[in-house]
Design a protein around this ligand. Structure first.
Ligand code: FAD
Ligand code: SIN
Length: 520
């Protein structure tokens, strides 16, 4: 069934949902999302959301921390805008029903994470994202102007290309008219015509074997925009979280929040030695690029599969109060955080790059906005400051709504969009070809395009990715569309973008580190 809507939002994490709530005052909003409505990276966010709320903190300090973390590649205008709008956006999300922990004096219980010079992270115990997702979805469900279609996969955005017109990369007049979406129930690809389309598809951690990201994080938005010849930037800056729980066989990895280090936990080697003092004066609370690289180095030098996080000195009641889920998880696998050290390792966690957008979240494609992790706003530069991403999503969704609600008045639905062409395709004989290629891609990305790179590793990665690409495109040509096949194509596309961007970056900066390059 084809549909028309004023605003099409692709994705139901913090970015898509907060945009939808606002835009619903200006027209009909349709949210499509490929899994259950609440499944997203947002749902798993632990540490919290960074914002200046304490009298002892200042916008300037948050700005300096963000810029320092971004290692010279942040867009300072974007940083200043996000930080100075943080308070208003936090007030809004509280009005929508999200609750953040307070201390005995009724003040927000602010946590600290790596790279922050102050305690400034608002949190809901250690499941802040779950709380935010809950509150937003509750508001969405009672909003008559918003419809949510779960289990609908956006396959591609619709541009002039689909109308038979030639579209070249860098062309200024590419426009978006909506999206083709695969309905899981009918197995049909439907046309969704929209005046405004908002990409809110999140990150791409699933391109790596070891990741904290859930299965949905396959970089679909970045791939769709790249295919549509839109601008995508900074893809080499993949952030590895230093402390995922080492629990062989569990995928994705369970996260041990950086807020645990903010509460005093210390990184140690298997024989109980502290090591972060060798790498940075801030020790275990240095920025993530530095801590993840330090852990990677210690593991390689010592031949260990993990390092330890020592929380034994943190009062047990304090630990349980702030980190009940982490505590439970550790107990469930036989680790008692008060008497045992927690084995941890770095895992792919966050994409700093993505769809290039301006200060209004508008992409290089007309009528197409991008918000949240799939976007590259300039806030993060070469390395994201912890807990800045939930904040970025709120601020840019607000900016997008302000701009898009005016734009929508001057746009009509595009006529003449052809139905999805599935001619000549058949049911796949073997689905296992898709799963094998997904696994192979994840392994090669982890082996060759991880925390430490080299020219030789990147060359190998590119050659192997090209083989997987050719095999998968052949499948795509002749196979009936499935979400698994679409995701594999998108993962390959993202892997290619990361490798090419890493090859092109000829200096070590932030999260990009190659043994063949000099550090700036
Ligand atoms: P998501 O929340 O990932 O939502 C994307 C949505 O798009 C999903 O609903 C998905 O199903 C849908 N989607 C994707 N592709 C398609 C498609 N093709 N068709 C239809 N739907 C699609 N950040 C912080 O600031 N603080 C934290 O404490 C924090 N902790 C984290 C802990 C973990 C374990 C993880 C994984 C991340 C954490 N982050 C944290 C990062 C942060 O959670 C994410 O960057 C943020 O939630 C992204 O929000 P989003 O709305 O952009 O995307
Ligand atoms: C964490 O809780 O450590 C994750 C915070 C983030 O990714 O911003």
């Amino acid at each position: 069934m084809d549909r028309n809507t004023d605003f099409l939002v692709i994705g139901s994490g913090i970015a898509g949902l907060s945009f939808a709530l606002k835009a619903s005052a200006h027209g009909k909003v349709l949210i499509i999302t490929k899994a259950a409505a609440d499944e997203s990276n947002t749902k798993y966010a632990q540490g919290g959301i960074a914002a200046v709320t304490a009298a002892t903190d200042s916008f300037e300090e948050h700005i300096i921390d963000t810029l320092q973390c971004g290692d010279g590649l942040c867009d300072e205008k974007a940083v200043r805008m996000v930080v100075s709008e943080s308070k208003k956006r936090i007030e809004e999300i509280i009005e929508w029903g999200a609750q953040f922990d307070k201390n005995a004096d009724g003040e927000y219980d602010l946590a600290r994470e790596g790279g922050h010079s102050k305690h400034r992270v608002l949190h809901h115990k250690d499941n802040t994202g779950f709380e935010i997702e809950r509150a937003l979805l509750e508001s969405i469900r009672v909003n008559p102007n918003i419809e949510v279609l779960s289990h609908h996969f956006a396959v591609d955005i619709i541009t002039q290309h689909h109308l038979g017109e030639e579209v070249r990369k860098g062309t200024e007049n590419i426009e978006c008219f909506g999206a083709y979406a695969l309905n899981y129930q009918t197995h049909q690809v439907e046309i969704i015509r929209a005046k405004i389309t908002v990409m809110a598809t999140g990150g791409a951690g699933q391109v790596y074997k070891t990741t904290t990201n859930p299965l949905i994080a396959t970089g679909d938005g970045m791939a769709m925009v790249y295919r549509a010849k839109g601008a995508v930037d900074h893809m080499e800056f993949v952030q590895f979280h230093p402390t995922a729980l080492f629990n062989p066989g569990e995928s994705p990895c369970f996260l041990i929040s950086e807020a645990v280090r903010g509460a005093g936990a210390i990184l140690k080697t298997a024989d109980g030695e502290e090591f972060m003092q060798k790498y940075d004066d801030r020790k275990s609370l240095a920025s993530r690029d530095i801590v993840a690289r330090a852990i990677d180095n210690e593991m390689k030098v010592r031949g260990d599969e993990y390092v330890y996080l020592d929380c034994r000195h943190i009062p047990e009641d304090e630990f349980i109060r702030h980190f009940p889920n982490i505590h439970q998880k550790c107990l469930a696998i036989g680790i008692h955080p008060h008497t045992d050290m927690i084995p941890v390792l770095p895992a792919a966690h966050y994409f700093c790059g993505g769809i290039r957008v301006d200060e209004n979240a508008l992409s290089s494609i007309g009528q197409l906005y991008a918000v949240g992790e799939c976007a590259c706003t300039g806030l993060h530069g070469a390395n994201r400051l912890a807990s800045n991403s939930l904040l970025e999503a709120l601020v840019y969704s607000h900016r997008a709504y302000l701009h898009a609600s005016l734009q929508a008045k001057n746009v009509a639905w595009r006529e003449g969009i052809p139905a999805w062409d599935a001619e000549g395709t058949k049911q796949p004989g073997e689905r296992v070809l898709i799963t094998h290629n997904r696994r192979e891609l994840q392994s090669l990305m982890s082996n060759y395009v991880g925390i430490v790179r080299s020219d030789e590793r990147l060359k190998r990665a590119l050659e192997r990715t090209e083989i997987i690409y050719r095999e998968t495109e052949m499948l795509y040509e002749k196979t009936v569309l499935s979400p698994e096949l679409c995701e594999l194509r998108n993962l390959i596309n993202v892997a290619y973008q990361v490798i090419k961007a890493a090859m092109a970056r000829r200096v070590n900066v932030g999260l990009h580190y190659s043994t063949d390059l000099l550090t700036s």
